[in-house]
Design a protein around this ligand. Structure first.
Ligand code: ADP
Length: 184
């Protein structure tokens, strides 16, 4: 399943699929602050991308320590089709009173800003924090899509793609975008 929209001159795509298979210039990893791999989408990206990504993450760790929640770092894509992986750390859901909403928005915004800084034209996101980190999908999606829409009103990409693993997530993203996305 796939739907295409526009925000100004940027193509916004929602697709059901696997982030590892995407042909955008960058893919985003829902990393943890240790940056050394983990479960879920993080483990899957490291397995598919090979040891080069982990080696680069270790260099970043040695230089700056852990990656704070809401921040993002960049490595190459190793064996992936994508040239870059942007590793961002979403918040662990703990009831909603620990600044989780702000931190989730920040993870998306900082990933986009880092992509821009590297002159990246196309980028794929997974649904950050809504797996093992338990951020409720219903609460996350309006925050995420309005954050990305607002960023794209100021900055242009060729394409921003959301890659949703399951049908439920895909349908939620689609429903919310059709409510809050721009008309054009
Ligand atoms: P987090 O710890 O940030 O919650 P997870 O990896 O547990 O990260 O899950 C985040 C989301 O990514 C979940 O919705 C999960 O279904 C999805 N996901 C898991 N594997 C993949 C994949 N290979 N491609 C795209 N999305 C994936």
């Amino acid at each position: 399943m796939r739907s295409e929209y526009r925000v100004g001159a940027t193509k916004l795509v929602l697709v059901q699929g696997d982030i590892r298979d995407q042909d955008t210039e960058a893919i985003v990893n829902a990393a943890n602050s240790g940056l050394l791999g983990g479960g879920g989408v993080d483990g899957a990206i490291h397995r598919a991308g090979g040891p080069r990504i982990l080696a680069e993450c270790k260099v970043i760790r040695a230089k700056q320590g852990r990656c704070p929640t809401g921040e993002a770092v960049i490595t190459s894509g190793g064996n992936l089709t994508a040239r870059y992986v942007i590793h961002t750390v979403g918040p662990v859901w703990s009831g909603g009173k620990k600044n989780e909403d702000v931190l989730l928005c920040r993870a998306y915004r900082n990933s986009l800003a880092l992509a821009k800084k590297h002159n990246i034209q196309s980028i794929s996101f997974p649904s950050i924090s809504t797996g093992a980190y338990r951020f409720p999908l219903k609460r996350a999606v309006p925050l995420v899509l309005s954050t990305v829409r607002d960023f794209l009103e100021e900055h242009h990409f060729q394409e921003v793609r959301f890659v949703l693993f399951g049908e439920k997530a895909f349908l939620k993203y689609k429903e919310v975008w059709e409510e809050i996305g721009t008309a054009d």
